[in-house]
Design a protein around this ligand. Structure first.
Ligand code: SF4
Ligand code: FES
Length: 263
């Protein structure tokens, strides 16, 4: 019998220490809540929904947290649970984490992603628009509008296609930044640069893209990578740090091309 199932017929009892912060300029602090009747089959966010419904009924301010798809696709959910971005399960977003992972009577600490480049908006919601600005700097390919090209006109070797697809799995959640002791965004930028650098469609803007994304990352105030690799461990999509090595090669290549006037 699992620990979760050892709870009585009314479900698990969980104590939460939740970061509350009314606005970015407030200091913020932890508040404690007790939640009963927690089903092991609830997702972590559903457990927070239950708590919020109770807070609303009591006339108290519900806890603000980000979510959208609740299917591990959109990257919106973003909690640090017991010190781990997205919680204790590997390659699992917060929205896909279930309460069966915890025990009856557990005490769980819930915080927002913490990084200077991700300022707190309210409670557990942070502003991750820095990622949008990095992508706007060059995370795209330019194509001529018109009729769809013939599917086989641009063959892509299967190994390159698979590595590109692996990098394209990045959902832009920011857990890599939250996990990094330097709050570096290297894994995110590496995934975006790799995804396009590996494909022929990304070739024409390859040099400009590497320089633009790294430049935007630096301007947004993210820290420097010092090879802790906490990013890979926290990433819910299994993005490999091998992409960071590829980003470094792309940036070096682009810098040399740019210095020789070949950019
Ligand atoms: S690299 Fe992983 S952790 Fe970082 S933003 Fe992409 S999916 Fe999230
Ligand atoms: S809510 Fe979309 S990935 Fe979690």
């Amino acid at each position: 019998m699992s620990a979760a199932h050892s709870a009585d017929a009314h479900g698990m009892k969980i104590t939460l220490h939740v970061w509350r912060q009314r606005r970015a300029s407030d200091a913020g602090g932890f508040e404690t809540y007790r939640v009963s009747d927690v089903s092991p089959d609830m997702s972590f966010l559903e457990m927070l929904d239950v708590l919020n419904e109770r807070l609303a009924v009591e006339g108290r301010d519900p806890i603000a947290f980000d979510h959208d798809c609740r299917e591990g696709i959109c990257g919106a959910c973003s909690l640090v649970i017991n010190g781990q971005p997205h919680g204790p399960d590997r390659e699992t977003t917060t929205c896909q984490l279930h309460m069966r992972r915890f025990r009856d009577g557990d005490v769980i600490t819930v915080e927002p992603f913490r990084a200077d480049a991700f300022p707190v908006v309210k409670d557990l919601v942070v502003d991750r628009s820095a990622f949008d600005r990095i992508l706007r700097a060059g995370g795209y390919v330019s194509v001529n509008a018109g009729s769809a090209p013939e599917a086989n006109s641009l063959p892509v070797p299967r190994p390159a296609a698979e590595r590109a697809m692996d990098a394209a799995a990045c959902i832009g959640c920011g857990a890599c930044v939250a996990a990094c002791p330097n709050a570096a965004a290297m894994l995110f930028v590496a995934a975006k640069v790799s995804h396009l650098a590996l494909l022929p469609q990304g070739g024409p803007e390859r040099t400009a893209r590497a320089l633009a994304l790294v430049g935007a990352m630096d301007r947004e105030g993210f820290g420097n990578c010092s090879n802790h690799f906490e990013c890979e461990a926290a990433c819910p999509k299994g993005i490999s740090v091998a992409n960071i090595a590829r980003l470094n090669r792309e940036f070096l290549r682009a810098s040399v091309d740019g210095a020789s006037g070949d950019a």
